[in-house]
Write a protein that binds this ligand. Structure first.
Ligand code: B12
Ligand code: SF4
Length: 475
């Protein structure tokens, strides 16, 4: 009998800091497209609970009516319980349903996850496409799965981790993500604060991994410390496809480190004569040093629709940058933000508080530095020990993990104390950071009446959605 594979995007909490958004389940769509191509006999379904407004009871009905042989789901650390609940629900509907999860969190701690969540049958570690296909084949042929690389599962009371799978060499060989499986939901995806409620929001991958080694980041570890990019032509083709075939107007490139050096010019050449780029805006994340080295390419990307960049500023302190292994000695944030502002690209700066050596004074210094930056938007985060990072290991060994509820690992909940601040004091400091930046009447008015529409929307969001109030409630 053909495999019936149901991908589930579970009911999740929004990250309140960024307000109302509905992201397409990109990771699941990448997997679905690959299975569709490699195993054409598979019956594939996608339930997106967010888009369909489904809660747990409705999801149970959807699983029941699709009658899957496999249920697959994905989530970050803060959604780990939600993924486990999907597996539990699948087993409740029919004990024979095979449950599979993957993604950065489960890949980082497969042993602990399989022990904590007995309802999960298989964890696919790191890159998912080939492992999932081989696993389905092995299950269809009712042969053992121990030859499938990149898999963790329970066996005879123990846990087996098969050897890691080599990564796919050529990302251009992957099919386009299966947006067509979203059916009538396709027009619902939006990111109100970033692009307005009625602008269709889609996510695409330009690259996987990162060649840097920041101590707080899970990304490089998940992808084995490598950085692989799709070709500029492939990225442009994928953007065009999302725009022309599905109406995508606000495109989010998942790349955590854009890397102008390696492909900025080539992408500009690919996009500049394509009609669709006049009707889309797009976003990515970039390193400050990359921006500063390539102001000319920053301008060129803007010409072809890039209107928002998230920059990992993290801290102004050289000690902190060293501790985070940012690969930078002195912060070039001021120059980077100026280049973005000069090019009318919305500058979003990410800042981190709560590292071991942080004190009231050092956080106050970071606040002053941020105000001096003239960044359009500041997002302060609390240093979060995501499983898979060195910080997690160090914190676990030293007993610093005061909150072990993974649902709180969202960079807004303080998880650890510092040497001189209690966990709650770190939480209070986070509130003060936002209050300083967004609570100032002058700054607020400037934001609300800014010429730049994106900036107006962002400030309106900060005021209307009560982000400050939500942060206050965490204390
Ligand atoms: C787009 C994005 C978002 C979007 C929406 C994402 C979504 N669909 O929900 C928004 C802006 C909303 C967002 C929010 C947050 N995000 Co975010 N986000 C990303 C980003 C940039 C891309 C995700 C993506 O689509 N990747 C492309 C797909 C193809 O990759 P993938 O999901 O990893 O899947 C592959 C494999 O991992 C594997 N796989 C994954 N799942 C499964 C499941 C199965 C069954 C199988 C077989 C395989 C498999 O196979 C896939 C193909 O190989 C990533 C960084 C990155 N580049 O991945 C961060 C990232 C996932 N986010 C992160 C974080 C921390 C957050 C926030 C908590 C806070 C924040 N500061 O942004 C919030 C939480 C929101 C919430 N409550 O759910 C972290 C997660 C770290 C962790 N361990 O938890 C990441 C890794 C960023 C980072 N560098 O640290 N995010
Ligand atoms: S540069 Fe960005 S993506 Fe790369 S390791 Fe550092 S934080 Fe992670």
């Amino acid at each position: 009998m053909a495999t019936r594979l149901l991908f589930v995007e579970p009911p999740k909490e929004y990250w309140f800091v960024m307000g109302e958004y509905l992201p397409p389940p990109t990771g699941l769509l990448a997997l679905a497209a690959y299975v569709e191509r490699e195993l054409p006999g598979t019956e594939i379904g996608v339930v997106d609970c967010q888009a369909e407004g489904k809660g747990w009871p409705e999801l149970e009905k959807s699983i029941d009516s699709f009658s899957p042989s496999i249920v697959a789901t994905s989530g970050f650390t803060c959604n780990a319980y939600v993924c486990a609940k999907v597996a539990e629900l699948a087993k409740k509907v029919d004990e024979r349903i095979v449950t599979i999860v993957g993604g950065q969190h489960f890949s980082a701690i497969p042993e602990e996850s399989l022990k904590d969540f007995p309802e999960i049958d298989y964890i696919v570690r790191s890159e998912g496409e080939q492992t999932l296909v081989e696993l389905i084949r092995a299950l269809e042929q009712a042969k053992g799965v121990s030859d499938v690389r990149g898999l963790s599962f329970k066996n005879n009371g123990g846990i087996v981790h098969t050897p890691p799978r080599p990564l796919i060499e050529d990302l251009d060989s992957l099919p386009f993500p299966a947006y067509h499986l979203l059916g009538k939901n396709i027009g619902k995806y939006h990111f109100t604060m970033m692009a307005g409620k009625n602008t269709s929001y889609m996510i695409l991958e330009g690259a996987r991994g990162c060649s840097f080694r920041c101590s707080f980041c899970t990304q490089w570890r998940h992808w084995g410390g490598t950085w692989r990019t799709k070709s500029a032509k492939r990225i442009a083709d994928e953007m065009e496809h999302l725009h022309n075939d599905f109406g995508g107007q606000f495109l989010w490139l998942t790349d955590d480190n854009f890397d102008y050096e390696k492909r900025g010019k080539a992408l500009w050449l690919e996009l500049k004569d394509r009609e669709f780029s006049k009707d889309t805006v797009w976003f990515f994340q970039a390193r400050m040093d990359d921006i500063v080295r390539h102001p000319d390419l920053v301008a060129k990307m803007h010409e072809v629709g890039n209107n928002w960049i998230l920059v990992g500023v993290e801290s102004d302190s050289p000690e902190r940058l060293k501790e985070f292994r940012k690969g930078i000695q002195k912060s070039p944030a001021a120059q980077a933000v100026k280049i973005l502002n000069d090019n009318d690209i919305f500058s979003q700066s990410m800042l981190i508080i709560g590292s071991r050596k942080d004190t009231e004074e050092s956080i106050e210094q970071l606040r002053r530095f941020t105000l001096s930056l003239d960044t359009n938007f500041a997002i302060y985060t609390v240093l979060t020990p995501f499983p898979g990072t060195d910080i997690y290991q160090e914190a676990a060994q030293n007993g610093w993990l005061e909150d072990r509820n993974f649902a709180h690992y969202d960079m807004s909940h303080a998880i650890m104390p510092t040497e001189s601040l209690s966990r709650m004091e770190v939480q209070e400091e986070l509130y003060h950071c936002y209050k300083d930046f967004y609570g100032s009447v002058t700054r607020g008015l400037r934001g609300l009446f800014a010429k730049n529409m994106v900036k107006r929307r962002a400030y309106r969001h900060m005021v209307k959605k009560g982000v400050l109030r939500s942060l206050r409630n965490l204390i």
